[in-house]
Design a protein around this ligand. Structure first.
Ligand SMILES: [Zn+2]
Length: 202
């Protein structure tokens, strides 16, 4: 009797061990499945990140190339074009609007459209706080009505550098950047056309 008892007890133990072993295998299988799913998820995430980084890298590279080529950039990131060049405007001595107006909230950063040297920076009557940047070819770019100026005369700036902040100083009815383009420091030309000719459409 005792032999049978021992034997059956042993069988039971073996059976339990097998059951435990099966459970372990199932757990291991489940673990493997979870690991595989996690791995795929991680790989997909890494791939997405790599794609994003690559796009970011390409954008940075394109921007660097534009800067290297002294290409023009838009002066304000988010804006609404209001007054165009040539519109009749009695309060300017010329009788017409001599620039292009980019309406944007006061304090919005103004970037240099093109690289050059700061040749004027200060208050200038109806233009309010005005900065003049002279390009290598002698073209002057005027940035008017700024709330504050971030550069000084003699500074060299690259396209895209922050030069000041949008405001409503001088003869202005609301915060905006008044941009003028004056080839050879002479009469103003249409900034919209000048920007387009240099690869940027405002
Ligand atoms: Zn204007």
């Amino acid at each position: 009797m005792s032999g049978t008892t021992v034997a059956s007890s042993g069988d039971l133990l073996t059976e339990r061990n097998r059951a435990v072993s099966r459970d372990s295998q199932r757990d291991a299988l489940e673990d493997a499945t979870v690991d595989e799913a996690q791995l795929q998820q991680t790989e997909a995430m890494a791939e997405r990140r790599a794609t994003a980084m690559s796009a970011l890298g390409q954008a940075a590279q394109a921007e660097a190339q534009r800067v290297a080529a002294n290409a023009w950039v838009l002066p304000v990131a988010s804006y609404r074009l209001t007054n165009r060049f040539g519109q009749a405007e009695s309060y300017y001595a010329s009788g017409y609007h001599t620039g292009l107006d980019f309406a944007a909230p006061s304090g919005t950063t103004i970037k240099a459209v093109a690289g050059g040297r700061v040749t004027q920076a200060g208050y200038n009557g109806s233009y309010g706080n005005k900065t003049v940047i002279t390009l290598d070819d002698g073209t002057e770019m005027w940035y008017a009505h700024q709330s504050s100026i971030a550069v000084s005369v003699g500074d060299t700036v690259a396209a895209g550098d922050v030069i000041g902040y949008v405001g409503s100083t001088g003869n202005s009815t609301g915060p905006h950047l008044h941009l003028e383009v004056r080839p050879g420091a002479g009469d103003p030309v249409d900034p919209y056309a000048a920007l387009q000719q240099n690869g940027v459409t405002p």
